[in-house]
Design a protein around this ligand. Structure first.
Ligand code: SF4
Length: 385
């Protein structure tokens, strides 16, 4: 486990950043375009055969938001942290992550020596993670430092790039997940006077508010504006500095959707992800991470009914599996994560066929210095339990 060294807090000398954009390797194996012609009827059989041939050398990870045709091949299903940990604990040499780019990066940060992480489609990104670029965050940090005497602890959501996690580790901060955000924030406020929360303003606001921090002690940092669009005075008054970022899927849920469910389905419980807007979370009966939503509805009594504010693949899977409960999407229009949806069975088969030929395609490889500091930020979170 890396040594935890406190560096670069705003009250001390900031460390020069040598972080780089993660390297992505594209393989030179068989051409993907020919896989677009593979008939749907033979995909399952061919993927199944490849999985069997690769045996224990292979682990396929499936995030809960993946489509059914892909997730059915996953050895492990879950959220991004759990999956990355499970992959690191197993014997597999090849970790095929059916998720998005930052998830594969986290798996690469946590992997064991000799393991290789693969993302079946390199275009599977995350709009939220992309909203906090390392250069913007470094500029923000320098501006906060210029204000002086702020004593800020950076905290980043799991849904951020490895570069942002590394920045956080380097500057004495931690990663959070949607399940442990309050616990990590509590720790952060013992370490400093205020928190720079990256990159999801909604998770930051919802969590801080649930801990008793009033809204007027929170400001939003817009990276497109000087001082994030704030004044020195407002920054000094703030306990939470919320990066202006959001999830394009969860931000679609609106208070009106809750009102409609209340009117049309009396007695139905509304549960939403904390990446949803503050107004939606306030109107809901419950909030929960993806795993939290799953556990809550699975443990609910037969006959109960739920409107769920999260990605539609998970909602539909719950509805299909728990047939003695009513489970619907909070938004009647489809709320799909389009980047997760980029991973198709064709991409999975192409990846596996290349592995059978001894070629690694779409390897995700986080540069060593970035890996080290991202690991520090992740370990700080894991030590908090
Ligand atoms: S659901 Fe939102 S946060 Fe999750 S991968 Fe998709 S865009 Fe990113």
């Amino acid at each position: 486990m890396p040594q935890l060294i406190e560096l670069g807090r705003l009250t001390s000398q900031a460390q020069p950043s040598t972080l780089r954009v993660p390297e992505m390797e594209k393989g030179v194996g068989c051409d993907f375009s020919s896989y677009l012609l593979v008939p749907d009827t033979s995909l399952d059989e061919r993927i199944g055969a490849a999985v069997q041939k690769l045996g224990s050398d292979l682990v396929i990870l499936g995030h809960h938001y993946q489509r059914d045709e892909v997730i059915r091949f996953a050895r492990f299903r879950g959220d991004s942290l759990k999956l990355a940990q499970q992959a690191a604990e197993c014997d597999a040499k090849y970790i095929v992550f059916c998720g998005v780019h930052f998830m594969a990066e986290s798996a690469d940060v946590l992997r064991r020596l000799g393991q290789v992480v693969i993302l079946p489609d390199l275009n599977a990104g995350c709009s939220m993670a992309d909203m906090a670029e390392i250069g913007q965050v470094e500029t923000c940090w320098a501006e906060l430092e210029a204000v002086g005497g702020l004593d800020v602890v950076p905290v980043t959501y799991m849904n951020s790039t490895a570069a942002i996690k590394a920045f956080t580790g380097l500057h004495g901060g931690s990663v959070v997940t949607s399940s442990n955000a309050a616990r990590v924030l509590q720790w952060a406020f013992t370490e400093g006077q205020r928190v720079l929360f990256l990159p999801d303003e909604h998770l930051g606001r919802n969590t801080a508010y649930s801990m008793g921090i009033p809204l007027d002690e929170m400001i939003v940092w817009d990276p497109e504006q000087e001082l994030g669009g704030n004044t020195e005075l407002s920054i000094r008054r703030a306990k939470m500095i919320l990066w202006k970022g959001y999830c394009s899927v969860h931000q679609r849920f609106l208070p009106e959707h809750v009102d409609r469910v209340r009117a049309e389905h009396p007695g139905m419980r509304v549960i939403v992800h904390p990446e949803c807007r503050f107004e939606v979370v306030q109107k809901a009966d419950d909030t929960g991470s993806t795993e939290g939503i799953l556990k809550k509805i699975t443990a609910a009594p037969p006959g109960s009914s739920w409107a769920v504010g999260t990605e539609v693949h998970l909602v539909n899977r719950l509805a299909k599996t728990l047939t003695d409960r009513t489970v619907i999407s909070l938004d009647p229009h489809v709320c799909v994560c389009t980047t997760m949806f980029r991973i198709t069975p064709q991409h999975l088969l192409w990846t596996l066929d290349n592995l059978l030929e001894g070629t690694v395609v779409n390897r995700i490889s986080v540069p060593e210095n970035e890996r080290r500091w991202a690991r520090v930020a992740l370990d700080r979170m894991l030590q908090l339990g």
